[in-house]
Design a protein around this ligand. Structure first.
Ligand SMILES: [Zn+2]
Length: 299
């Protein structure tokens, strides 16, 4: 695999807790692809959700990264510990406000009061889930006050976006599979999708490496980036997730996946890298591996 594009990528945990096994899988793919493609790894703290993210969780995950030897090319963990940073979303509110202004110049941005119940009622009445642009309450036409405690959506249009996924191959999917893209939630938080598109542009990220549970989020992010003036879309690589033995998705409730607890219980970092590599299918053997050995299996 050779890089024919900007292969700067990023490791971007949300501080809603310390690192867990899912983060390790992502780190192996992020650093693995960056090394294979001669790219760089940026570290970004994705704390756009102010209700769920806490400074003590950020402190824990930075400590976990240091203990595991996950060193980004920029910024150093100590730089984030020292204070405000362009790599921490909560320090950059003005950046997202300015980006929202740019989106609003290019397309409709509108307040939406649809709840889960609104989507549920529409499904009930029509025998299928809401899909396509807009929202079931036709909020674009209603002109609700955008300063109110409502979701803000950006109208990104209809149709599909295609991309050549480095791990999944050629993909194409609808931009508005479940309505126009929310850019700010009813609690006033910028959304994940909005922040990552803005951040990847301003940080010069050309390669997005993330779990395959985010595959469906890709078309709207490609469209939003284009709307914001991104000439070349980012490349994407969606990797397998660490799952429970029964195949279901891991969640925060799986306490046994916390890196801190696993290390405290006597497991070594090498044992954890070996386990993750086996559980995402990179290697069948369950043997201890250094981080370098684990990342060398990607590609
Ligand atoms: Zn609505």
């Amino acid at each position: 695999m050779t890089a024919r594009f900007n292969s700067t990528t990023r490791f971007a945990p949300a501080p809603t807790g310390g690192l867990h096994l899912g983060h390790l899988a992502n780190a192996i793919y992020v650093w693995g692809l960056a090394r294979r493609l001669d790219g760089r790894v940026l570290l970004r703290i994705e704390d756009h959700d102010r209700q769920r993210c806490r400074p003590e969780f950020e402190a824990a995950l930075l400590d976990d990264m240091d203990r595991l030897g996950l060193a980004a090319d920029a910024p150093a963990t100590d730089e984030l510990r020292a204070g405000p940073s362009s790599f921490r979303q909560s320090d950059n509110d003005a950046v997202y406000s300015a980006a929202l202004d740019r989106v609003a110049q290019a397309t409709d941005v509108y307040a939406c009061d649809c709840s889960r119940a609104t989507f549920g009622a529409w499904r009930e009445a029509n025998g299928r889930p809401w899909s396509g642009p807009g929202c079931p309450g036709r909020c674009l036409d209603r002109g609700l006050d955008p300063r109110s405690a409502l979701t803000l959506r950006a109208a990104l249009g209809a149709g599909d976006e295609a991309w050549d996924d480095l791990l999944l191959g050629a993909r194409s999917a609808p931009v508005a599979s479940d309505g126009d893209l929310p850019v700010r939630d009813r609690n006033g938080n910028w959304t994940y999708a909005f922040c990552v598109v803005v951040d990847d542009m301003r940080h010069g990220v050309g390669l997005v490496v993330r779990g395959e549970d985010l595959t469906d989020a890709t078309p709207s992010q490609i469209r939003l980036a284009r709307l914001l003036g991104r000439a070349e879309p980012a490349q994407f690589a969606h990797h397998p997730l660490v799952r429970r033995p029964d195949g279901s998705k891991l969640s925060k409730a799986d306490g046994a996946t916390s890196i801190d607890e696993l290390l405290e219980s006597g497991r070594s970092a090498e044992q954890l890298f070996g386990e993750v590599v086996r559980r995402v299918g990179l290697d069948a053997a369950d043997e201890p591996l250094s981080f370098d050995e684990a990342t060398a299996l990607v590609g």
